[in-house]
Design a protein around this ligand. Structure first.
Ligand SMILES: N[C@@H](CCC(=O)N[C@@H](CS)C(=O)NCC(=O)O)C(=O)O
Length: 122
């Protein structure tokens, strides 16, 4: 499978970490014209990274990709089966999505695009 984006993106990093933890073979790359190119918009119409292609299956949204990776390989489950423990894991993930990642993205947006690599490139 291929994960589209750059490891600089915390959303992409979440997917790469999940794939590594689950032992799912993957590559990380991005289309050369970036996330707003017509070719990439066919993969993710929202023009954001990450997206993922596994055979003919194309997914976007990091939480959906992580859920897919978790379901794809039954070894080393990312979420416990116990309801209370599962809720705690999901709560940590939700806090990260809602409250940690947005300010990180806001900080990354301050970078000078002329001198730094974009998180939508690989
Ligand atoms: N909800 C999305 C957020 C993805 C996201 O915002 N990715 C950023 C990079 S960190 C992006 O592609 N930004 C480019 C843009 O919004 O145009 C997910 O979880 O995958």
């Amino acid at each position: 499978m291929n994960i589209y984006g750059s490891i600089l993106s915390p959303y992409v990093a979440r997917c790469v970490l999940a794939a590594r933890f689950k032992g799912v073979k993957h590559t990380l790359s991005m289309l050369k014209d970036g996330s707003k190119s017509p070719a990439y918009l066919k993969i993710n119409p929202l023009g954001k990274v990450p997206a993922m292609k596994d055979g003919k299956l194309v997914l976007f949204e990091s939480t959906v990709i992580v859920e897919y990776l978790n379901a794809k390989s039954k070894t080393k489950p990312l979420v416990p089966t116990n309801a209370k423990a599962a809720a705690k894991v999901r709560q940590i993930a939700a806090i990260f999505s809602e409250y940690v990642q947005p300010p990180i993205i806001a900080i990354l947006r301050q970078r000078d695009p002329a001198t730094t690599r974009s998180w939508t490139q690989s």
